[in-house]
Ligand binder design. Structure first.
Ligand SMILES: *Cc1c(COP(=O)(O)O)cnc(C)c1O
Length: 397
């Protein structure tokens, strides 16, 4: 997945355009920039490739989630439903607004189980945020129906699934808002960065202003702009946008390389009766950034992942024992270890984390191994890797 694997002359050329005039900021300085507007160009490219009316670049994927929620008016005391299997960023992005993350079980798609989502809705629920983990997606039609029936906002965190589609539409373009990350390990990297995607004019305007101190961006005198509401600084720099622009133009090429490598490994593992694969919702096409599969039980899965490690099969994870992506090991969040006081309402809202168990999520994550698909592998390396993985799994099942 990481776009950095294929960093090269195309990326350098875009960065050099910016270095040539020294305007590292995305707004203003029109006379000095020799016509280079990398952030604006990248936003246009995102709109074209991801088929949305509006893209707003920000400083990170975490910022994208916070800005998306804020743009939809979600804040203090509001509940946002999200999955137990995610990246801590999605949780943090809700917390920073004083809103309450409500964790809900995943199913064999490794994303939100729509039935469990229904059970979690309360009077305080404002949004449902599926996180399209490891290159595939949640059942978006089912979640959309739940949102319509309950008057909720649908926000997609598609940070790990740029390039995947659902019923012909790019992920991130389907909900009321979509968020993506351009950090160093994502399929399209800018070094650091993120984007909010939306077809909603008002949400876009909010995101544009909110991510830049509330500036309305009217006219070309930054000092004279008005500020219709409070904002903060979540801006991306021109240097980062330049890298992202070169990378995004290569999205199709990147997905094709991943698909080729993914298919070789998947075909090999398909021969093993004990191996099953994550379910992709009907109408979905993965970005092939990861290959995720299930083994019969937790013990076998632990044995296999350890054997992978000792035999040099890298970039595979058993998230059950991992502290970044799964609720089980999130001690600092369960116990609300915060540097500063957290509101009583949020504390009470998170009380459930002390006692709630997620057996259904454990059932899937406990038996899941997800392997990153790299783009820099040669065909021989992929074939050897596939053979090695198969042999290890057979030995341990
Ligand atoms: C990477 C990631 C983010 C956050 O992105 P940053 O750009 O690193 O802040 C959010 N959600 C998910 C699922 C991610 O994988």
């Amino acid at each position: 997945m990481p776009g950095f694997e294929l960093f090269g002359d195309l990326e350098r050329k875009e960065v050099n355009d910016v270095l040539g005039n020294g305007v590292l900021m995305r707004y203003g300085f029109d006379g000095m920039r020799n016509g280079h507007w990398k952030a604006k160009e990248l936003e246009k490219e995102l709109e074209n490739q991801l088929q949305v009316k509006h893209a707003q670049l920000v400083s990170s994927g975490t910022a994208a989630v916070s800005v998306a929620l804020a743009s939809a008016g979600i804040g203090s005391g509001d509940e946002v439903i999200m999955p137990t299997f995610t990246f801590v960023a999605s949780f943090e992005a809700i917390m920073i607004l004083g809103a309450i993350p409500v964790l809900v079980d995943i199913d064999d798609t490794l994303t939100l189980d729509p039935e469990k989502v229904k059970e979690a809705i309360t009077e305080k629920t404002k949004a449902i945020m599926p996180v399209h983990m490891c290159g595939s997606m949640a059942d978006l039609d089912a979640l959309k129906d739940i949102c319509s029936a309950n008057n909720l906002i649908l926000i997609e965190d598609s940070s790990q699934a740029t390039g995947a589609t659902y019923k012909g539409k790019p992920l991130g373009s389907i909900g009321d808002l979509g968020c993506l990350s351009l950090d160093f390990v994502k399929i399209i990297t800018a070094g650091e960065g993120g984007a909010v995607l939306t077809n909603n004019e008002k949400f876009y305007r909010h995101a544009d202003h909110y991510s830049d101190h509330g500036h309305d961006h009217v006219g070309n005198d930054r000092g004279a702009e008005s500020h219709p509401f409070l904002g903060y600084n979540f801006r991306i720099s021109e240097l980062h946008a330049a890298v992202g622009l070169a990378q995004l133009r290569r999205l199709e090429e990147f997905v094709a390389i991943q698909k080729k490598n993914y298919s070789i490994i998947r075909d090999a593992l398909s021969q093993i009766p004990e191996v099953t694969f994550r379910r992709v919702p009907e109408g979905g096409i993965e970005s092939y950034s990861f290959l995720s599969f299930f083994l019969p039980d937790i013990d076998t899965t632990r044995k296999v992942i350890n054997a992978f490690k000792t035999n040099g099969v890298d970039v595979c994870w058993h998230y059950y024992d991992n502290s970044w992506h799964y609720i089980r090991e999130w001690g600092h969040l369960k116990n609300i270890k915060s540097l500063y006081p957290i509101s009583q309402e949020v504390k009470e809202g998170l009380d459930y984390l002390q006692t709630k168990t997620f057996e259904q999520s454990d059932h899937f994550i406990g038996r899941n191994i997800s392997c990153l698909i790299k783009m820099s592998w040669t065909e021989d390396e992929v074939i050897q890797r596939a053979e090695k993985m198969s042999a290890i799994i057979k030995e341990n099942t």
